[in-house]
Structure formats: C-alpha cells, structure tokens
Design a binder for this molecule. Structure first.
Ligand code: T3D
Length: 267
C-alpha cells in the first residue's frame, strides 16, 4: 500500500487498514487532492491480500465537513481546459463510492464529531458505521441551497426509510450519535472515550473473519438491493459454490466439529 499521501494518513495494524482524512484545520473538508487520494487508496485495498478490513475516519475532532466551501469560488478546470461542470466534478466523489462498494473487504466508517454534506454521505456509503456519542450527522446541502449529492439520495432512504430521509435532506437538522443508532443510520454508538478501542475491536473481528466469504456477502447484498427476487436467489447459489471451495469454509467446519474457535486466514 502506498502511504505517502498529502491529505490522508494510512496505518495498518494486522489486517486492519485505517485511512484517515487529514485536513483537521477545516474539519477534513474535501479538497480535490483528498478526493483523488481517497479513491486511489480505497482502490488499492482490493489488490492487497494483507488488508482484510478498512476503517475510514477523520483526523482531529471531526469526521468531515463535506466539500471545502472555499473551493466553490475557485473555477474548476476540466481535462480539456474549459470550466468543469459540477456534475463532472462530482465524479470524483463517485469514484470513491464505487471503490468502497467494489473492494471485496468490509469498509467501516468511524465517525467522531461532525459528518456533514458529502462527508456524511461518504459515511453512509460504507458497509457499516460506528459512531462516537459526540457524532453529528448533517445533510448540510439544503442549508446552502444544494441538493444532497455524494450518493445521499441513494443511501439515506435505504438506511432510514423515505419519510425520514426526506426530513433529514430538507430540514438538514443534526442527528446525534445515539439518535443515529436508534434510527439505523449507524450500526452502533459508543462513548467517545471508548471510540478508538471499540472501533479497533470491531474492525479486528472483521479482519479475522473469512475474508473471501465477506467479499461474496458484500456483492450479494448490494446486488440484492436493487433487483427482483429471482436475481439474488440465483446469485446466492453461484456465490455459495465459490464460498464452499474456500479454505476458510473448511476451517469453519473443522473448528465447529472440534469445538474450538476458527482460525480464518482469508483464503
Ligand atoms: O461542487 C461540488 O462539488 C458540490 C458538492 C457539494 C458537496 C457538499 O458537501 S455541500 C456541503 C458543504 N459543507 C457545508 O456546507 C458544511 C459547512 N460547515 C458547517 O456548517 C460547520 O462548520 C459544521 C456544522 C460542519 C461544524 O460546525 P462547528 O461549529 O463544529 O465548526 P466551525 O467553527 O464551523 O468550523 C471549524 C473550522 O472549519 C472553521 O475554520 P476557522 O474559522 O477555524 O478558520 C470553518 O470555516 C472550517 N470549515 C468547516 N466546514 C468547512 C470549513 N472550511 C471549508 N469547507 C467546509 N465545508
């Protein structure tokens, strides 16, 4: 894994790779550099067998404050030299979202403090979320007259239901960590003092799991979200045929029969 990024910190502890967005002076608001680096780092995890779980978090007191609003004043330039349309600019976010979806390993957003705008939706695009009790999730877009982007209109109603998604997108009120857990926006909320240890314990547990099977589960779940019943029923058979051939499946069965914990290797 490359580690020499300008706006990211990369740290690996066993099978857990932690990617930290690192612009704390602006609450980790997105620069174009950070967007490109984040996409590159996430894409690289797919090829690296030593990475078995990814934690995405922010440096300092926040997860992220969305697009750097100071950059709104800077004319963007396209590859052809002309002005860049916002819809083209948004493709930088979309590349990140696709990298999260397609890396065959679990990606956890670890949210401490504020997650606003595109940073909030980045957290929602991850496979799972853990929040500190000081977390603040804000669909900040409507506060400045924008529509939610960064995948929000896709992820938000799927996590909290359509009515709540409409309310959060239109009123742009803050959702606290405990409230986020209550409405299903995050998997769990923990006291700030336990945030780092709880995140690492959650991530290590996933990193010690049957990684190839997790990749198949991820693919199956996401394909099932947008399809009829027939498609996932066919896919579950196809993916089970792959899972059943893995060393981790053999190990899981052997461990059960020998009444001992399984020692998964990710193969
Ligand atoms: O072209 C496109 O790509 C369109 C895409 C848009 C995607 C989006 O994400 S739109 C939404 C953009 N984000 C926002 O509008 C949020 C703006 N920030 C805030 O509303 C507040 O800062 C927060 C609610 C996030 C946090 O409030 P608080 O009181 O905890 O912190 P603060 O004091 O407001 O911020 C601390 C510093 O971070 C401050 O700098 P200073 O005064 O200490 O030098 C503040 O200006 C800076 N900061 C916060 N958010 C941003 C930011 N700087 C640049 N961009 C930000 N988004």
């Amino acid at each position: 894994m490359r580690t020499d990024y300008q706006h990211l910190l990369i740290q690996q502890d066993g099978g857990v790779l932690t990617i930290t967005m690192n612009r704390p002076e602006v609450l980790n608001a997105f620069s174009n550099i950070m967007k490109t680096e984040l996409a590159e780092a996430l894409e690289a995890t797919a090829q690296d067998d030593s990475v078995r779980c990814i934690v995405l978090t922010g440096a300092g007191r926040a997860f992220g404050a969305g697009q750097d609003v100071r950059a709104f004043d800077v004319p963007h330039t396209s590859a052809h030299g002309g002005p860049l349309k916002v819809s083209e600019d948004l493709q930088r976010y979309h590349r990140i979202l696709f990298a999260i979806r397609t890396t065959p390993k679990p990606v956890i957003a670890a949210v401490r403090g504020v997650a606003a705008g595109a940073s909030c939706n980045l957290a929602l695009s991850c496979d799972m979320r853990i929040a500190a009790d000081n977390a603040r999730f804000i669909q900040a877009f409507a506060r400045i007259g924008l529509v939610p982007d960064g995948g929000g209109p896709y992820f938000l109603p799927r996590l909290v239901g359509l009515g709540k998604a409409m309310e959060l997108a239109m009123l742009a009120d803050e959702v606290s960590g405990p409230e986020a857990e209550r409405i299903g926006l995050v998997n769990k909320c923990v006291p700030l003092a336990e945030f780092e240890s709880a995140t690492m314990a959650f991530a290590q547990r996933l990193a010690n799991g049957p990684t190839r099977t997790y990749g198949l589960i991820k693919e199956l779940m996401y394909k099932s979200l947008d399809s009829d019943l027939q498609t996932p029923l066919r896919l579950e058979g196809e993916m089970q045929e792959i899972a059943i051939e893995t060393a981790d499946h053999q190990e899981g069965v052997a461990a059960f029969l020998q009444k001992r914990p399984a020692n998964y290797t990710g193969r």
